[in-house]
Design a protein around this ligand. Structure first.
Ligand SMILES: Cc1ncc(COP(=O)(O)O)c(C=O)c1O
Length: 405
């Protein structure tokens, strides 16, 4: 492996195999196999079997909440929570999030009204929420992006004063805390994703957590077609159930949570230390006084300081087989159907627009080690120090690609 001559300048790619963002964190496979044998012996594959019940209990304990309802994925968990909480008409959400946050509303014909973010936290900016509230607004949904908590206190204050429901999309934030309290118990309900790329995975999966008994009861019915018992349907419902095999994976991975945090934390600290001196490059901060899962190494690229833009750096890294990603680009408001609904929303979302042009995610997780982090950082340093040559080479390549088409 060589990082001496950049691949965009004619060298060999630094990595033979692609280095991905979001490779799964995997626990002890022997323990998973033991559970798989047990679930086959049980002959109970779904419909809230023993593994799902155990996982729900463990997640509720970890998040410090009364109820956890496990689901087949985070998007369905969001949709069901939104419906069970009675949201309708308009709901205020950040645009700088995964598209599922907006789609979970639009899917049920609720209009997502996009709010700008605070550039320091990347989360919904409470100062910008109130100007978006109309007589049709029924709720606010905050997203704890990268596992960093929203300004929960201010959002709760606005929601209470304006009589709005408050939910949190906590897809990134399992295992994180805010002011010493675990994410999960804030607002009316919070939603986790256990997708393969998330800190804790169940292959695919998600959960709603809440301290509200009535809401939990409704959600349990809704995720099981509205069945309140044999032959008795009391609501319109859907199929949001988690399978036993998914729960077995979740329980196995939960046992390795400490190791996942340790690996992520060490990669994150390493990236920060190594990239500290790179002008125009900043790695976002996590609050070490809180519980963090450190699942995302998020870099902001300031083109002026770095000499290269974020997309140029992506080009450099991809040429080296480092599949760094720009996340949540270009923002929900620039994707359909929202782009057509609100063609001018970018004028109100200046911080979202700016951040979407700057963010770059670097590979981390249990499958990434110190030598890979070191090489990725060396590539970035080398690219910045040869910025004019890199820029020229990338633009030649782009021109050649256009001619070849
Ligand atoms: C912020 C956010 N919300 C919702 C989701 C949807 O979760 P899932 O993929 O489990 O449906 C994701 C991730 O995929 C996400 O990143």
């Amino acid at each position: 492996m060589s990082v001496d001559v950049l691949a965009v300048l004619g060298g060999r790619p630094a990595f033979d195999e692609p280095l991905h963002v979001g490779r799964p964190n995997l626990g002890d496979r022997n323990k998973l196999f033991v559970r798989m044998n047990r679930l086959l012996d049980n002959n109970w594959l779904t419909n809230r079997g023993p593994f799902v019940q155990e996982l729900e209990q463990r997640i509720a304990e970890t998040a410090g909440v009364k109820h956890c309802i496990a689901m087949c994925n985070g998007t369905i968990a969001l949709e069901i929570a939104i419906r069970a909480a009675g949201l309708r008409d308009e709901v205020i959400v950040p645009s700088y999030t995964f598209i599922a946050t907006a789609h979970a509303l639009q899917w049920q014909e609720i209009t997502p009204v996009f709010c700008d973010i605070d550039p320091t936290t990347h989360n919904i900016d409470p100062d910008r929420v109130e100007e978006l509230i109309t007589p049709r607004t029924t709720a606010l949904i905050g997203v704890h992006l990268w596992g960093r908590p929203c300004d929960v206190g201010r959002l709760a204050e606005i929601a209470a004063r304006r009589r709005l429901a408050l939910l949190f999309d906590a897809a990134h934030a399992f295992g994180c805390s805010h002011r010493g309290r675990m994410i999960g118990g804030f607002g009316l309900a919070e939603i986790f994703s256990f997708h393969a790329t998330k800190f804790l995975n169940t292959f695919e999966g998600g959960a709603v957590v809440t301290n509200d008994d009535d809401l939990a009861g409704r959600i349990r019915l809704m995720k099981n077609f509205g069945f309140a018992g044999y032959d008795n349907v009391v609501y319109v419902g859907t199929n949001g159930k988690m399978t036993e095999v998914a729960a077995a994976m979740g329980l196995t991975n939960l046992e390795s949570m400490g190791a996942f945090v340790a690996a992520n934390r060490s990669n994150y600290k390493d990236y920060r230390r190594r990239l500290e001196g790179c002008s125009g490059i900043s790695v976002i901060e996590y609050d070490d006084r809180e519980r963090c899962n450190y699942q995302y190494v998020v870099v902001e690229v300031d083109e002026e300081g770095a000499g290269l833009g974020r997309d140029e750096l992506v080009g450099v890294l991809h040429a080296e087989n480092v599949l760094a990603r720009r996340y949540f680009y270009p923002g929900c408001h620039r994707m359909e159907p929202y782009r057509s609904f609100f063609p001018h929303s970018r004028l109100l979302l200046t911080e979202t627009e700016r951040l979407a042009r700057r963010v770059l995610l670097l590979p981390t997780g249990v499958s990434v080690g110190p030598s890979q982090v070191k090489d990725v950082c060396t590539i970035i340093e080398n690219a910045l120090s040869a910025a004019p040559a890199v820029r020229a080479s990338l633009s030649n390549r782009a021109a050649e690609a256009t001619v070849a088409q």
